[in-house]
Design a protein around this ligand. Structure first.
Ligand code: ZN
Length: 150
């Protein structure tokens, strides 16, 4: 493992152990649950979306593996303060990164440190762990039902 990979792994472990924005918003406008039955990851995302369609606040809670927790933690940091449309666009960027594997540098720039999860593309069984929080976010924003990776 090279130094950069070691650093990335450290960031994932850090976010997995000490997730940011962990909890439930006392007053939220949108919320949704999401499950990844394959791994047993289960989370719930609560959002406060204001009249300007901006994600004013976001929190998540739940239990899961380090990848799912780290991804949710980084996702909440990334979309907070962004518009709902930007959040949906970032969902597409994240899919391009880990699912279709056709993310270019512009996509990675937009994803910021979330892009360190790119490595999961080499581990198909972990991709759903990484995308769960994003599916849950999208379903919450679009008032769709519970998100499942299956
Ligand atoms: Zn998982």
């Amino acid at each position: 493992m090279n130094e950069l990979q070691a650093l990335y792994q450290q960031m994932i472990i850090d976010h997995g152990r000490t997730p940011r924005n962990f909890g439930v918003l006392s007053s939220c406008s949108h919320h949704q649950k999401g499950v990844n039955p394959l791994c047993g990851d289960a989370l719930e995302v609560t959002l406060l979306i204001n009249e300007q369609d901006v994600v004013e606040d976001i929190k998540f809670t739940g239990e899961g593996c380090a990848i799912s927790m780290a991804s949710a933690s980084m996702m909440t940091e990334l979309v907070k303060g962004k518009t709902v449309q930007d959040a949906i666009d970032l969902f597409d960027d994240f899919q391009a990164l880990v699912v279709s594997q056709d993310a270019d540098d512009a996509v990675k720039d937009r994803l910021g440190k979330t892009a360190i999860l790119e490595g999961v593309k080499h581990f198909p069984s972990r991709i759903k762990c990484a995308t769960l929080s994003w599916h849950t976010l999208k379903n919450a924003c679009q008032n769709q039902g519970e998100a499942t990776t299956e």
